[in-house]
Design a protein around this ligand. Structure first.
Ligand SMILES: Cc1cc2nc3c(=O)[nH]c(=O)nc-3n(C[C@H](O)[C@H](O)[C@H](O)COP(=O)(O)OP(=O)(O)OC[C@H]3O[C@@H](n4cnc5c(N)ncnc54)[C@H](O)[C@@H]3O)c2cc1C
Length: 336
């Protein structure tokens, strides 16, 4: 018998598995796998961690508290797996209007102090148009989420703690999986054991691009649209928000929207090499949801990572793992 069965090996479940591993809890992680489910949110995500977000710029929710946990967490998993998937580095925000520049200049000296520096020409003018200038944001990063999942699942498989399987969600799931507890981390999926959870999900599309001649390796963000480098002359751009069609089918309209936004600032021709879509698991107020079932303390739920899972997952997975760890494995915590 294992202590915790973790159902779902996306960002939420995989990060929870690491946080259980760190506390010496016996766990087993179950996931459909990359071949069966290539367009999960985690396998499509850009994986950007951004200190200042929003069209009216604001410090990302609890950034100063969440970021140190995330940075330390991904560095530790890289050391344990020997893989490289976390890429910290500055990000450039191009201003969309003169008003945005005024607002950012004001905030760079106050609430964004230490995170943002406003400048006239943050990028190569031969490659980008930037009539209103921009800002360089420190403390940003990109998590290569598919690589993080692959390296993590391979590590857990070597320790006999990962299984590629489609698991049926039933009331006797703990007994079926031979676990004392089950943590449900299924992303955008209705779970009959948690019928009260309401999603406010949003589909997102992303283009993979080849941009000959472009060498910029900082992520560029303009008016909510980003361009991020993933290899020599290889970039990704996106993403769209669509609450109407919640599926993983890329659309011509999504492609056109991303390209149109990109060509407002990028001066170089692009070649589309791939186009993907997935559904972001957003729950009601766009905040992570960590809970234990009101009638069955053996069932936990970790979901609602929304559009910021790379930043929030390590902190909230640690919170749940602390709760799931038996007292002898984590003397500071008292599980219910
Ligand atoms: C277009 C797009 C862009 C994004 N960009 C960013 C970004 O820049 N930064 C950021 O931080 N976040 C971003 N996100 C959001 C991020 O992807 C999500 O917050 C995160 O991936 C959610 O992870 P999850 O584990 O909750 O869900 P998922 O990734 O959906 O993982 C759930 C997993 O559970 C498995 N599963 C479910 N049910 C079962 C079952 N019964 N049996 C076995 N396995 C099961 C699934 O196969 C899947 O692998 C983006 C998302 C999208 C769609």
């Amino acid at each position: 018998m294992t202590d915790v069965a973790v159902l779902g090996g996306g960002l939420a479940g995989t990060t929870l598995a690491w946080q259980l591993h760190a506390r010496g809890v016996r766990f087993r992680l179950y996931d459909r796998g990359e071949v069966a489910h290539p367009h999960s949110a985690s396998r499509v995500a850009a994986g950007l961690l951004t200190p200042v977000t929003g069209q009216r710029p604001a410090l990302s929710w609890r950034f100063d508290e969440l970021a140190p946990v995330a940075w330390a967490f991904y560095a530790r998993v890289e050391a344990l797996t020997g893989a490289k998937f976390f890429h910290p580095g500055p990000m450039v925000r191009l201003f969309h209007t003169p008003e945005e520049r005024v607002l950012m200049t004001e905030r760079a000296a106050t609430r964004f102090a230490g995170h943002v520096e406003v400048t006239d020409e943050p990028l190569d003018p031969a490659a980008f148009a930037m009539p209103h200038g921009g800002a360089v944001m420190q403390h940003a990063a990109r998590l290569d989420v598919p690589e993080y999942l692959r390296a993590s699942h391979a590590f857990f498989a070597r320790h006999d703690a990962y299984e590629q399987a489609e698991v049926a969600v039933t009331t006797d799931i703990a007994a079926t999986l031979g676990a004392k507890r089950v943590a449900f981390c299924q992303g955008y999926a209705l779970n009959p054991l948690f019928p009260g959870v309401k999603f406010d999900a949003s589909k997102g599309e992303i283009l993979a691009l080849r941009i000959p001649g472009l060498t910029e390796d900082r992520t560029v963000n303009r008016h909510g649209q980003w361009l991020t480098r993933v290899g020599p002359e290889a970039y990704r751009a996106g993403s769209t928000y669509d609450r109407a069609a919640l599926d993983d089918t890329p659309t011509p309209a999504g492609r056109a929207r991303i390209l149109e936004a990109l060509t407002r600032s990028l001066r170089l021709p692009v070649e589309v090499t791939d186009h993907v879509a997935a559904v972001r698991p957003i729950i009601d107020d766009s905040r992570p949801l960590v809970m234990t079932h009101p009638d069955n303390p053996a069932w936990s739920y970790f979901n609602g990572l929304g559009s910021k899972g790379a930043l929030t997952a390590p902190f909230f997975a640690a919170m749940l793992a602390g709760h799931l760890a038996p007292p002898q494995a984590n003397p500071g915590e008292r599980p219910t």
